[in-house]
Design a protein around this ligand. Structure first.
Ligand code: ADP
Ligand code: MG
Length: 523
């Protein structure tokens, strides 16, 4: 069989620079927040100690970034907006030792291609500043201007010449939320810088430099989170982990408040997110996610940051080791921390006013659709991996009675027994079946459960259903508890008591070291 080749094929030719820039912009610049991210990273790379972001209409109309960094000399201004032109690396070798945010030399060229772009910059040795205007990739002559040392970049009408992209932009409020998130990520990672964020002339954040990272976390996330921070610090070989995990009693319905910084760069990593979930296993309700703020420092040779256009994802040389370190550090910390004391009886999360404006990235109190009360389908592999020392043999988690997460409101009971059931006064927590497979605790089965007389309310009893669930009355209604999840919690508490009792603080790792990484799609 012969395949017909196209006859009207065009000759191969190199693409014009403007097309190359537009292609690069397609990868790197998705929305105003991407511009803000790139420009803020440039300002940090320039050694700025004061950085101000001002946006109008969610950044759709205007993004202006001012910094007091090192500035750009007049004769390099045009190069700065030329693709693949950078001051941050000089050869391929340096790609593996990058210590700056940028190194691809693409951002300014891409942004200037798809906007009305003005850059003013002044170095310490210059008598004045210089201004370069680029409209849709077409540069004008450079002019002198008055300004202090540093750089001011203004981007107007983003995507004005790429209407298809422009259509993808959302309402100004949504874009503003994304910009705020981009700002938060860079500002969180750099507490020693003075940060300002202004939207439509209104100051939303004014954050002077701070020594204490928890202060910066508090600035962004308020007292609910900052009072629940648990410090973590740990080094394994050249990899240093520091920062905070948040008490499991304060959690979210999504994983957006998991801030992981690698050598100062905000990253998303499915494997590390999985390690976080594992480290909180047994301490969170189903469908709830931990909140963490963790910095990882490692020699740049141990990680490839050149795998994602926006460098949001990286590739670790030894991801498994990092996974173990993260998991072990958090687990050990929890075992030596009295979580129940902090857990209290917090109602489901209230959104603070400072969080309110941050749009879609901030977690919200859960809705019916996103209920914290659903049971979680456990991951059998991870369950085996994380069996605590002295825990009973791993069960078959695929059976209908597989465990759920259990509320931190459970207090430890006597070893090996189901503790006397304690109702949750004032608590909104309960658990309901996971799926149809678990619908055995549906109404039809409830018919068979003897109803307690009203005068027994003072001393509620727990009833067992299908050898798996405990059901009891509360003042608000009823609670359904998965016994196996409860058992997990009891084991955790027993282990914790042992650790505290025997004063094993000197022991480095209580969680067994060997960890099998999950398959790529398991996180
Ligand atoms: P990259 O950051 O990958 O080098 P960019 O296109 O973002 O590429 O920037 C190109 C160059 O412009 C940078 O290498 C840097 O020398 C210079 N530059 C950009 N922004 C600033 C700034 N705010 N202050 C000083 N220099 C800057
Ligand atoms: Mg850059």
């Amino acid at each position: 069989m012969s395949i017909a080749l196209p006859t009207n094929r065009n000759p191969i030719r190199a693409l014009p620079i403007s097309v190359i820039n537009r292609i690069a912009a397609g990868e790197v610049i998705e929305r105003p927040a991407s511009v803000v991210k790139e420009l803020l990273e440039n300002s940090v790379d320039a050694g700025a100690t004061k950085i101000e972001v001002a946006i109008e209409n969610g950044g759709i109309d205007l993004i202006r970034i001012c910094d007091n960094g090192c500035g750009i000399p007049r004769d390099e201004l045009t190069l700065a907006v030329t693709s693949h032109a950078t001051s941050k690396i000089t050869d391929a070798e340096e790609l593996f030792r990058v210590c700056t945010f940028g190194f691809r030399g693409e951002a300014l060229a891409s942004i200037a291609e798809i906007s009305q772009f003005t850059m003013r910059s002044r170095t310490a040795v210059a008598d004045c500043g210089y201004e370069l205007i680029v409209n849709g990739g077409v540069a004008e002559d450079i002019d002198a201007c008055g300004m202090p040392e540093g750089t001011i970049i203004e981007i107007r009408n983003l995507f004005y010449n790429t209407p298809v992209r422009r259509k993808f932009m959302r309402a100004a409020q949504t874009e503003r939320g994304h910009v705020a998130e981009a700002f938060t990520r860079v500002a969180l990672a750099n507490p020693d810088i003075h940060w300002t964020l202004v939207h439509n002339g209104q100051v939303h954040y004014e954050l002077p430099p701070v020594d204490d990272w928890s202060q910066r976390i508090s600035d962004f996330f308020g007292p609910e989170i900052s009072t629940a921070l648990i410090p973590i610090e740990n080094s394994v070989d050249d990899v240093h982990l520091s920062g905070y995990v948040v008490d499991p009693a304060v959690n979210r319905a999504n994983n957006r408040l998991q801030y992981l910084f690698l050598n100062g760069r905000y990253i998303r990593d499915r494997s590390l997110q999985h390690a976080l979930s594992e480290s909180y296993r047994g301490l969170l309700m189903t469908g709830r996610y931990p909140i963490v703020f963790l910095k990882m420092q490692m020699p740049p040779q141990l990680v490839d940051v050149n795998v994602h256009p926006a460098k949001l994802e990286v590739r670790f040389q030894d991801g498994g080791k990092l996974y173990s370190q993260l998991l072990g550090s958090i687990r050990n910390k929890f075992l030596s921390t009295d979580l129940t004391a902090k857990a209290g009886l917090n109602p489901p999360v209230q959104t603070s006013p400072s969080q309110e404006w941050r749009g879609p990235e901030i977690s919200r109190p859960s809705t019916g659709h996103d209920s914290p009360y659903r049971l979680q389908t456990p991951d059998p592999q991870s369950q085996e991996r994380l069996a605590f020392p002295n825990s009973p043999p791993a069960r078959d988690w695929t059976q209908p009675s597989a465990p759920s997460m259990v509320s931190p409101h459970f207090q430890s009971g006597r070893p090996g027994t189901i503790p006397e059931f304690q109702p949750f006064p004032n608590s909104g927590y309960s658990a309901v079946p996971r799926s149809e497979a678990d619908s055995s605790v549906g109404t039809e089965n409830l018919d068979r459960i003897p109803v307690q007389p009203a005068d027994h309310r003072a001393r509620p009893m727990a009833l067992q259903v299908h050898n798996t669930y405990l059901i009891s009355e509360t003042e608000e209604g009823m609670v359904v508890i998965d016994q196996h999840a409860l058992h997990e919690r009891i084991i955790y508490e027993q282990l914790r008591e042992k650790v505290l009792g025997k004063k094993l603080e000197s022991q480095k790792l209580l969680v067994p070291e060997p960890v099998t990484l999950p398959p790529a799609d398991a996180a």
